[in-house]
Design a protein around this ligand. Structure first.
Ligand code: SAH
Length: 232
């Protein structure tokens, strides 16, 4: 039976899903609260992981080990790395990578974790297609883009760092959890997709934009997740 693990880094990224789900069970591990139940008749475990790659990886592994999820969806907000992807638009991951990993000194490409054998973790094709199709139905006024999600333990809010990340990794959006979730899902052979609504442009205006747009962006992403669940 399908069981979908849904991760948001922050409360505002999962609060609407928590409110709407029929809760059956609540368990706490690693200081994270895992809510198990159904949402639109689909088995789900909804959890706030906390911010950053360590929290996100721990959370994903617990979903695999303790809840035996069959699919993982990460919902939330991100900074846009492309001029055409505006605040409010949605990015659906084709793949995800760590932009803050650098072991080039031993011959690994920038971004590749040694000995994993893979630099960019590919998202599940079916989940990607479903997210894109549902987005057009649920959020018709909003642009939806497929692309690479790049993650690091840094809030990107300056054009120099942003430009370097774009040049090195050709990402569509930048955030702080997706690659860790993708990496963990990859090691556990669990299909995943990352869905991120743009809260800022990861440039010099990000510090101002982010607080103004995070709530609405997070809600768009969660609404999309909610509607794709029964179709997985
Ligand atoms: N407001 C929070 C901190 C947010 S950190 C607090 O004070 O607790 C930013 C969060 O949004 C992360 O979870 C990250 O995944 C995402 N994000 C949005 N824009 C980003 C950007 N420009 N760079 C990095 N992460 C970004």
């Amino acid at each position: 039976m399908k069981k979908i693990g849904i991760i948001g880094a922050m409360e505002l990224e999962v609060d609407s899903l928590k409110e709407k789900m029929e809760l059956r069970n609540k368990e706490e591990y690693a200081s994270m609260e895992f809510l198990e139940g159904t949402l639109h008749k689909t088995e789900v475990v909804v959890v706030k992981s906390g911010i950053g790659k360590v929290n996100a990886a721990i959370c994903t592994q617990i979903l695999c080990d303790r809840f035996s999820v069959t699919h993982i969806i990460n919902t939330g907000v991100a900074g846009s790395l492309k001029a055409e992807i505006n605040i409010g638009d949605i990015v659906v991951s084709t793949d995800a990578l760590h932009h803050d990993v650098d072991v080039r000194v031993f011959g690994y490409p920038l971004g590749e974790v040694p000995q994993v054998g893979c630099k960019a973790f590919p998202a599940d094709g079916h989940l990607v297609q479903l997210a894109v199709t549902c987005c057009k139905e649920v959020n018709p006024g909003i642009g939806v883009y497929q692309g690479r999600v790049v993650s690091g333990d840094q809030f990107i809010s300056g054009h120099e760092v942003k430009d370097r990340i774009i040049q090195n990794f050709q990402g569509s959006c930048v955030e702080m959890e997706g690659a860790a979730i993708a990496h963990t899902a990859y090691l556990n052979h669990i299909p995943f997709v990352i869905i991120r609504a743009v809260s800022d442009k990861a440039d010099d205006s990000a510090e101002m934009d982010y607080p103004s747009f995070e709530k609405a962006a997070a809600a768009h992403s969660a609404a999309l997740v909610e509607h794709m669940l029964p179709l997985i």
